[in-house]
Design a protein around this ligand. Structure first.
Ligand SMILES: [Fe+2]
Length: 458
């Protein structure tokens, strides 16, 4: 019967370790270990980790046993007493050395795998776990008679290390979670119950057989409420944290994929917007690169005016597409070398409205159309198409208006070269409060004053 329990215990322990090994390996491989060489390194760590822990645990338990049972080992009548002292010191040195090696190894592993605290914590967990298992071997427990709850304490320490791991994961990946909240990922919560369920099954077996097989002398009497409570409590805690860990791992990999997909979509839309901007500029042979420059200047001003990075990006794209309505204006009018007639000018003035209608179709970015519609409005209300004035004009459009005029003055035209910097500066200064929003204009003046070499022109 004893042999049966011993074999059963070993099998269950092997399942337990194998389950953890596979679980951690697969999770980490999926999330962090895209690099093949790192996978090998991680596998190596899974083999060497428990080995290092085993030596540490054996030496440590030898020391502990000698401390708690001094009369058994250091008895002066015992012929081996002096040898025992050496063994004790040696074991202590080895235990401490291996503890340090373990910690160093965990730290190095974190560095090599570039997963920082993550793998170190996983590794530390394995170390604690191995320690707990080693101390629960029949010999280990047999020597622990004087401190019957030591095993439970070690067990709880193992659980606490997992708690630490879960907490570190949460703390480290809290940003990832907020990204999940902003992306529409469908998470299948049902999946998350399978691995913890397997785990709890193994753990329950493992705990149940401990009470019978490891403790034939009845150190933990069957029915001892405290021991039972500790087992149940630690089992529940273990379950919760394994579950939490698994959820984190699953969410992390889902987030990685979602972020990648989002980045791809973003790159595509940026490229499409830039291609559109080039199409607009290509229509007008004298305004090559106008849209991109206006976008650049608008963003510079937005940054200076203290807008958030997201808003600055929005202003950039609005400005990039501000003249998109020119697509609907005939080429002859846009490229006319003569002074425009009143009719022609009326046609030109339709481009903000046209641009607004085109961009309003992009439902996911409704604000894109703002720049297109109101970039020809004037601060004094004499602009077009709506004759808005002051704060009625959206702030983004007031920024783009200044950038648009600045680029018009600093670009070559069929009839002139770009204007000297001083002239541009005084034009903007003179039109503060009439054509331009004074705050935005002041911001542009500051940019001009810093651009001593006059690099900001076509
Ligand atoms: Fe325009």
């Amino acid at each position: 019967m004893e042999t049966f329990f011993f074999v059963a215990k070993k099998i269950i322990q092997c399942c337990f370790i194998a389950y953890f090994t596979v679980f951690f390996y697969l999770s980490l491989k999926k999330c962090f270990l895209k690099d093949k060489s790192k996978v090998k390194l991680f596998v190596l760590s899974l083999i060497t980790g428990p080995f290092l822990s085993y030596i540490e645990a054996c030496c440590l338990s030898s020391c502990i046993v000698r401390v708690i049972n001094p009369e058994m080992f250091f008895n002066i009548n015992n012929k081996r007493a002096s040898a025992e002292k050496y063994i004790f010191v040696l074991c202590l040195i080895i235990a401490v050395a291996f503890l340090l090696i373990n910690l160093l190894y965990a730290w190095l592993l974190g560095k090599w795998l570039e997963t920082g605290t993550k793998s170190s914590v996983v590794y530390l967990y394995l170390m604690f776990n191995t320690l707990a298992i080693m101390l629960q071997t029949p010999t280990g427990t047999g020597m622990m008679f004087s401190v019957p709850y030591l095993r439970d304490i070690v067990d709880i320490a193992g659980n606490l290390s997992l708690l630490l791991a879960a907490w570190l994961f949460y703390r480290h990946d809290i940003r990832m979670f907020s990204k999940i909240a902003r992306t529409d990922i469908k998470v299948d919560w049902r999946l998350f119950n399978i691995p913890p369920a397997v785990f709890i099954l193994l753990y329950t077996f493992y705990v149940a057989e401990l009470g019978i097989a490891v403790d034939p002398e009845g150190v933990y009497p069957v029915g001892d409420d405290l021991v039972l409570a500790i087992y149940i409590f630690s089992t529940i805690i273990m379950y919760l944290f394994i579950w939490a860990f698994y959820v984190i791992i699953k969410n992390l990999s889902a987030t990685n994929e979602a972020i990648k997909a989002k980045d791809e979509v973003k790159t595509l839309s940026v490229e499409v917007m830039e291609a559109l901007a080039h199409t607009i500029d290509a229509k007008d042979e004298y305004t090559r690169g106008h849209s991109v420059r206006v976008a650049k200047y608008s963003r510079m001003m937005a940054e200076r005016l203290g807008l958030s990075p997201e808003e600055c990006e929005n202003v950039y794209y609005m400005a990039l597409l501000h003249d998109i309505g020119k697509i609907g204006v005939p080429n002859e009018i846009i490229n006319s070398k003569d002074k425009l007639t009143d009719e022609e000018y009326t046609v030109i003035k339709t481009h903000p409205g046209l641009g607004y209608d085109i961009l309003a179709e992009i439902k996911s970015r409704p604000d894109l159309s703002i720049g297109a519609r109101w970039h020809h409005e004037r601060f004094d209300g004499k602009g077009y198409p709506d004759g808005k004035k002051g704060d009625e004009i959206p702030f983004y459009a007031r920024i783009i208006a200044v950038a648009d005029s600045y680029d018009a003055m600093t670009s070559n035209r069929s009839y002139r070269d770009y204007l000297p910097q001083e002239k541009v500066r005084s034009e903007i200064k003179n039109n503060m409060g009439t054509q331009f929003d004074p705050d935005v204009a002041r911001c542009m003046l500051a940019i001009i004053d810093e651009d001593k070499e006059y690099e900001l022109h076509e």
